[in-house]
Design a protein around this ligand. Structure first.
Ligand SMILES: Cc1cc2nc3c(=O)[nH]c(=O)nc-3n(C[C@H](O)[C@H](O)[C@H](O)COP(=O)(O)OP(=O)(O)OC[C@H]3O[C@@H](n4cnc5c(N)ncnc54)[C@H](O)[C@@H]3O)c2cc1C
Length: 667
């Protein structure tokens, strides 16, 4: 029997999910008894990988509730391979012994945390890492005996090999390169070297003996360079900002205590003074701390495969590509409104003035802009606080200015307190309906991009830019307790708020960074340190990963370059946008090889840095998560491809091309 080898670079949650899907489909697609060797390469522990490894601060937490995180398919999953249900993080934590292969967590603090983890709790990253390491062990245990796994705890530095021959994965630990019949790159979130703008800021900092922390993994940042008491500009108000704030306050020995109802921060004296600002000037919305009260909205309704198919057909017919905000957003917004009002009318009918069927009949017939929708909502939903206002959700400080930092601070305290109260109050569970619709809408966008429905500018500026930011701001925020802590830190004078439209200007005369914002005209903060408080964008040009950098340098992979067909030759004379993403074939995620212009028959790339534009989040149970469909389809294609590639020479060859998945992989 000819053995086959699959090398997987990266052994984080995505790679573990791939092993699970291979285990599910191997009995059907892999010949019994023929050896298949899976060789995973990652310096970090398999399953948890870099993001969820135990070796990080216990202060860092998930931003998803334990019951909302799963790595297993369930009855809702429309995967081609077998569904193999398994526990969510919450279910596993409640009874880990029920789920073999059981092994107690090495760290007693993690064991204790898991024992008391509430389904609506937000686990530490370490506890999630324990779940992922167990899930990996379970996937390995589920493999047939002739499919084996070896983990290489090192970094892959290069990938070589011809299109029609074995691939070689070179390893940083100096051991012999791995030889494989096919390779999957599942490298996830990658570090990057500073882009030119950042290099200038870093050089300015060096010249003036200031501190500059570029965008990087907060868990790995060297924050020791920031001095106690020094004024620091923190640019970004999302999850990295929340992590950095925790590490620079509680991580420096500060602690929270209570004074009556109020949370009080007791500084250690070793904290720097943080001035936080961003484009929006407000923190991401807190995660809702409740469940749906009504039945789940049946999504999609206005923006699903039927509608995206119609948009694609329109573009094919007219040859005119669409603008997301102008042509597609109305459908997206209508869907989000549907998720919201579905929950409001079902869970809180006493706050509505129409029956749901009457509201829905009218809503079905309306566009989302214009007076008719506003009039319908005003009639049907008497309290303005119960009406969905997407523009305000997106930019709550738009058009507002404040007389000074004190007035702005007071406003932001009220804003955060109101957000916290709303997100903790099941009376506002309609927000969760909108959240589910946001997820559904998000899942449709990669398909639109892949089918060339949107203009290049719209993909670059609106899908990857505006929409991603809006989605994160509304749907990807921190647990509520982080915002309560933020208020306490502000009251303690450790955190200050800069405002929206934050600008940072190096001042060479004074030798400081100046921070200002549109919210408080004329107010400037002089700081001796600047921290870029956001994840590095996945940009293959600036990746710090040796393997991707080498493939890019050698012209063996290409960065996505968006252009629109111009007059005459496609792309001529029209602006081009580089997205930084690695190009993969939309139908099966194979790496596109610029030298041949086609997909590489033996290389697949999945996850964050690729044009698959997958949602960078764990699947929620019972949502037919698109991530499972994609991983399942790739696992099945790999089994078929490997089988064909390693067939004995005298067997009839089915050709090198794997069969495309019957289901579009982008949706
Ligand atoms: C800080 C952070 C917090 C997050 N929090 C949440 C959350 O609370 N909830 C949620 O739903 N999602 C969250 N996410 C989203 C995240 O995308 C997923 O949770 C998940 O980690 C993605 O899995 P992955 O395997 O694709 O990528 P990763 O988790 O990044 O794993 C990729 C692995 O590849 C390895 N690797 C990369 N290059 C090489 C190489 N050359 N050689 C060998 N190994 C290599 C890395 O070491 C890493 O272990 C978070 C993401 C980040 C970055």
């Amino acid at each position: 029997m000819n053995p086959a080898t699959l090398a997987v670079v990266g052994a984080g949650p995505l790679a573990a999910g791939l092993v699970e899907r291979i285990a599910a489909s191997a009995p059907e697609l892999w010949p019994a008894g023929r050896p298949l060797r899976l060789r995973l390469v990652d310096p970090h522990p398999p399953g948890a990988g870099r993001v969820w490894r135990h070796d990080q601060s216990p202060l860092l937490r998930m931003n998803s509730m334990a019951e909302d995180v799963t790595v297993f398919t369930d009855a809702s999953s429309t995967v081609e391979g077998p569904v193999r249900p398994g526990p969510s993080l919450a279910e596993w934590a409640a009874a880990p012994r029920d789920f073999p292969p059981y092994r107690p967590p090495r760290d007693p603090a993690v064991a204790e945390e898991l024992r008391t983890l509430a389904p609506t709790g937000f686990a530490t990253r370490r506890a999630q890492g324990a779940y992922l390491e167990w899930a990996f062990r379970r996937a390995v245990a589920a493999l047939p005996p002739h499919v084996t796994v070896t983990v290489h705890r090192t970094t892959a530095t290069a990938l070589t090999g011809p299109a029609d021959g074995p691939q070689r994965v070179h390893l940083a630990d100096g051991s012999a390169p791995l030889e494989a019949d096919a390779v999957v790159l599942a490298q996830g979130h990658l570090a990057s070297v500073p882009e030119p703008g950042r290099q200038r800021l870093a050089a300015f900092a060096r010249r003036h003996r200031l501190r500059y922390v570029p965008p990087e993994f907060s868990a790995e940042s060297d924050l020791s360079v920031l001095r106690p008491g020094e004024p620091v500009l923190l640019r970004g108000f999302g999850l990295a900002s929340a992590d950095l704030t925790v590490l620079l306050t509680q991580g420096r020995g500060g602690r929270f205590t209570r004074s009556g109802e109020e949370l009080v921060y007791v500084p250690s004296g070793r904290e720097p003074v943080l001035h936080i600002g961003s484009r929006r000037g407000v923190p991401y919305h807190a995660k809702p701390g409740y469940r749906l009260r009504g039945e789940r909205p049946p999504l999609p309704r206005y923006f699903g495969p039927r509608e995206t198919g119609a948009l694609a057909a329109r573009v094919a017919r007219t040859g005119v590509r669409l603008d997301l905000r102008r042509d597609v957003w109305p459908l997206m917004a209508k869907e989000i409104g549907y998720g919201y009002y579905h929950e409001l009318f079902h869970a809180h009918p006493e706050r509505t003035a129409l029956s749901w069927p009457d509201f829905l009949a009218a809503y079905d017939g309306l566009g989302v802009h214009g007076p008719s929708l506003a009039a319908l909502v005003a009639t049907a939903v008497p309290d303005p606080a119960d009406r969905l206002d997407l523009a305000h959700l997106d930019r709550p400080l738009a058009g507002r200015t404040f007389s000074g930092p004190g007035a702005f601070r007071a406003h932001l305290h009220r804003y955060i307190a109101a957000d916290l109260a709303r997100r903790a109050d099941p009376g506002h569970s309609a927000d969760l309906g909108a959240f589910l619709a946001l997820l559904s809408v998000h899942g449709q966008l990669p398909g639109l991009v892949e089918r060339g429905v949107l203009t290049a500018e719209s993909v670059a500026r609106q899908v990857d830019g505006w929409w991603q930011g809006f989605f994160n701001h509304v749907a990807s925020g921190p647990p509520g307790f982080r915002l309560r802590e933020l208020l306490a830190l502000s009251r303690a004078g450790v955190v200050h708020f800069l405002g929206a439209g934050m600008e940072v200007t190096p001042d060479p005369e004074a030798g400081v960074f100046l921070g200002s914002s549109a919210s408080v005209p004329g107010h400037t903060v002089a700081a001796t340190a600047l921290v870029e408080a956001y994840q590095p964008r996945p940009t293959v040009r600036y990746t710090a990963d040796p393997l991707l950098a080498a493939l890019h340098r050698d012209g063996r992979l290409s960065e996505e370059l968006l252009t629109d067909p111009g007059p005459g030759r496609a792309g001529a004379g029209t602006p081009a946008y580089r997205t930084g993403l690695v190009r993969t074939a939309p139908e099966d995620q194979r790496l596109l090889d610029p030298r041949t212009g086609g997909p590489h028959p033996r290389r697949v790339a999945l996850g964050a840095p690729t044009t698959g534009r997958a949602l960078a989040a764990f699947a929620r149970p019972r949502t037919d998560a698109p991530a499972f469909r994609r991983t399942d389809a790739v696992a099945r294609q790999l089994l078929r491809t490997l089988r064909t590639l390693t067939e004995p020479a005298d067997a009839p060859r089915a050709g090198l091309r794997p069969r495309p998945s019957p289901r579009p992989s982008g949706v």
